[in-house]
Design a protein around this ligand. Structure first.
Ligand code: DGL
Length: 204
């Protein structure tokens, strides 16, 4: 039986969702948690919506077997493609993670913001819906971070490969005078030190 002492379940395609998990355990230290890293199927970002839904279903069923009372979909790609399906098909609360473009749009001075996310997130209907409510005079520069999740999963966070791939994504944003960069993938907060080295500390 699920009760208040049951665990909170988390899942992601890999280590990225631990960026969310660690915030939750810091704030709710008495909660039991289970973190499912579906590394076998990473990355999710290049998969179709149907494939992502099928993987989310499998992850959810695993966590339900572990008696979880709530599931945190600690992945933007999974949330933007599958959260409606999950909420419609399982009788348990789901918490999703979406790219924070709204706060970035509210705070921009240059009226230019950028988002780095997976192809699956940027192409999703949910992301399109969220972006459509952003003020039309704000330019949102969308960039697919292809290859970043794979390098993180391979432990190449501080590699030359990472610096050159990240630079290729970030330099055009700087050239376009953006003042806010939205990290639309839960893996990317682990890149913040690298990002700061490339674009400077003034960005939020
Ligand atoms: N952490 C996932 C996200 O937030 C990574 C997606 C992937 O596996 O490509 O989007």
């Amino acid at each position: 039986m699920v009760n208040t002492n049951s665990p909170i379940g988390f899942f992601d395609s890999g280590v990225g969702g631990t960026s969310i998990w660690k915030e939750v355990v810091t704030r709710l230290p008495k909660e039991h948690t289970i973190y499912l890293s579906d590394s076998e199927n990473a990355p999710y970002g290049e998969k179709s919506k149907e494939q992502i839904i099928a993987l989310c279903k499998k992850n959810t069923e695993f966590l339900l077997q572990k008696n979880c009372k709530i599931i945190v979909v600690a992945c933007n790609t999974a949330t933007t493609n599958a959260i409606d399906f999950l909420r419609n098909n399982y009788d348990i609360p789901f918490i999703g993670i979406e790219p924070a473009i709204k706060p970035a749009a509210l705070n921009t001075k240059t009226k230019k913001i950028a988002i780095l996310a997976t192809k699956g997130t940027l192409n999703s209907t949910l992301f399109e819906k969220t972006s459509s409510i952003i003020n039309k005079d704000i330019e949102v520069q969308e960039t697919t971070g292809k290859g970043l999740v794979e390098l993180i999963e391979d432990g190449k966070l501080n590699s030359k490969e990472m610096t050159s791939l990240l630079s290729s994504y970030l330099k055009p944003m700087v050239a376009n005078n953006i003042d806010s960069l939205v990290l639309g993938c839960t893996h990317y907060p682990y890149l913040i030190p690298q990002i700061k080295k490339i674009i400077g500390k003034r960005y939020k």
